[in-house]
Design a protein around this ligand. Structure first.
Ligand code: HXC
Length: 261
């Protein structure tokens, strides 16, 4: 597959998608979002891929939806298309992707860019990362999960402040607030993101799927339902050969060799 707005590569069992529209600060034009959907679906359907890294450039992850493209849109059109869940399907592909996606963010992740990072399973930040929902400054508001995922990730007080003022939050603050799993020096972001994704991709894929779904239950639903889901998921790992292999390997003091990767 060829792409105009992405660079798509693979490193072992990790699929790497790099947003690559530097002249527009990786603004998420419809073409880019459509390509992202194709790239995600392709990796998600590839049994050789166990984790995905979604990244941008050194200075910008993504500066949001493409303001030029939105300028002359009207409400009826957006609603008919259910924008940003448009026919091009990239946002929906991110929602349905079952392979863990690590967002590796350097520089600006603003508006739809911040929302895209938050729609990934976890965010690894360079010390240069800046997160924000500046839509209010251009007379609109977050529309791809910003008001929802930010509140769940960092709490109402900070989310409300960021969404109402458009203030940007640096990497250290984002880590303190719980938006990102770790901050690394900018020059090490790619290596660290690949190492993180490679670790995930080295585990048993069905077990990784269950863990991911269980953590998302906690993020999205009530505690008792999540605890029940987790218990059933835990019990079901005993149906996999990989569970026996993992425990046997521990008992025999050797590395496990998982079959389902
Ligand atoms: C279209 C954009 C863009 C965007 C930057 N550019 N952001 N084009 N849509 N979101 C373009 C600029 O027009 C410019 O093009 C080039 O990228 C470089 O940008 P500059 O502003 O010159 O760079 P700089 O001074 O370094 O400032 C960087 C910045 C700023 C702070 C990131 O560009 C900025 O504030 N961008 C807009 C951020 C924003 O409001 N995002 C929310 C969008 S709404 P030229 O051709 O002039 O060189 C949104 C809604 C999401 O995301 C809801 C559904 C998905």
């Amino acid at each position: 597959m060829s792409y105009d707005y992405l660079r798509v590569t693979r490193e072992g069992r990790v699929g790497v998608i790099r947003l690559d529209r530097p002249q527009a600060h990786n603004a998420l034009c419809n073409g880019l979002v459509a390509e992202l959907g194709r790239a995600l679906d392709a990796f998600d359907g590839d049994a050789e891929i166990g984790a995905i890294v979604l990244t941008g450039g050194d200075k910008v992850f993504a500066a949001g939806a493409d303001i030029g493209e939105m300028l002359d849109r009207d409400m009826a059109g957006l609603q008919a298309e259910d924008f940003p869940f448009a026919a091009d399907g990239g946002w929906a592909a991110l929602e349905r992707c079952r392979t863990p996606v690590v967002a590796a963010v350097a520089g600006y992740a603003l508006g739809g860019g911040c929302e895209m990072a938050m729609a990934c399973d976890l965010i690894l930040a360079a010390d240069s990362a800046k997160f924000g929902q500046p839509e209010v400054k251009i007379g609109t508001m977050p529309g791809a999960g910003g008001t929802q995922r930010l509140v769940r990730a960092i709490g109402k007080a900070k989310a409300m402040e960021l969404c109402l003022t458009g203030r940007m939050m640096g990497a250290e603050e984002a880590e303190r607030a719980g938006l990102v799993c770790r901050v690394v020096p900018a020059g090490e972001l790619e290596t660290e993101a690949l190492a993180l994704a490679t670790t995930i991709a080295g585990h048993s894929a069905p077990v990784v799927r269950l863990i991911r779904e269980s953590v998302n239950q906690a993020f999205e639903g009530p505690l008792q339902a999540g605890l029940t889901f987790e218990r059933r998921a835990f019990q079901s790992t005993f149906a996999f050969e990989d569970r026996r292999e993992g425990m046997s390997a521990f008992a025999e003091k050797r590395k496990p060799s998982f079959r389902h990767k």
